[in-house]
Design a protein around this ligand. Structure first.
Ligand code: HEM
Length: 192
């Protein structure tokens, strides 16, 4: 009887572990196969594994895990962006409750970082964020978490800041629509 319980436990662990591995493999594999298609090898990735892409100068494992979860689940995220004369109103949602929580924590945490001027300098982050961090005192933010996601209204009286808010919102939409490929393309464009 004891033996059976052990076997069952091992079975469950193996299945869960396999699922986690498969998930991880999917994201890495998507980028690798695309890079091979572009005539690039592993060297360009700095080895197998993309965890470094989600790291910054002081990012926590939780923040990095949130980014990974959003990229892995990007096709479960829907988003609408309304450009206001002085900013943006965005609605970002998912029906996956775990992903919803990670999305909400990401947004609240990142907007808090902007408020405090604590730029994470994540490897794949957009240069548009430089302007938002520089002009943080000029941004007014409303955050409204919902059961399925989060509504953000950000406004400013400064034209450069409004343009950056709108550009960044469009970039987030592309991340949600195309996932890691979008981040990878933006990163490669920066290095040319
Ligand atoms: C699939 C990937 C991602 C999704 C779905 C996502 C989602 C969001 C959303 C919904 C917002 C609120 C502003 C808006 O709605 O436009 C936001 C803000 C922010 N995100 Fe992400 N994000 C992603 C990737 C990243 C990455 C890679 C970084 C790198 C550090 C990042 C850093 C930030 C920062 C700093 C803000 C605050 C900017 C502000 O004050 O407007 N995000 N993100």
């Amino acid at each position: 009887m004891k033996h059976r319980t052990l076997l069952l436990t091992l079975g469950v662990v193996a299945v869960l572990g396999g699922a986690a591995y498969a998930n991880r493999y999917t994201l890495e594999h998507m980028v690798m196969s695309r890079m091979h298609g572009m005539g690039m090898g592993m060297g360009h990735m700095g080895g197998f594994g993309m965890d470094h892409m989600f790291k910054g100068i002081d990012t926590t494992p939780e923040e990095e895990a949130e980014l990974r979860a959003m990229f892995e689940g990007h096709d479960k995220i829907t988003r609408t962006v309304e450009n206001l004369p002085n900013g943006i109103r965005t609605v970002t949602e998912t029906t996956d409750p775990a992903l919803r929580d990670q999305l909400v924590t990401h947004v609240i945490g990142m907007i808090d970082r902007v408020d405090q001027g604590r730029d994470p300098k994540v490897t794949i982050q957009s240069l548009t964020l430089d302007i938002l961090f520089k002009n943080r005192a000029l941004i007014v933010t409303e955050i409204d978490p919902t059961d399925t996601g989060i509504i953000i209204i950000q406004t400013s009286d400064d034209a450069e800041t409004v343009a950056a808010l709108q550009k960044h919102a469009a970039e987030v939409s592309d991340l949600a629509a195309r996932g890691i490929i979008s981040a990878q393309e933006a990163m490669m464009a920066r290095h040319h």
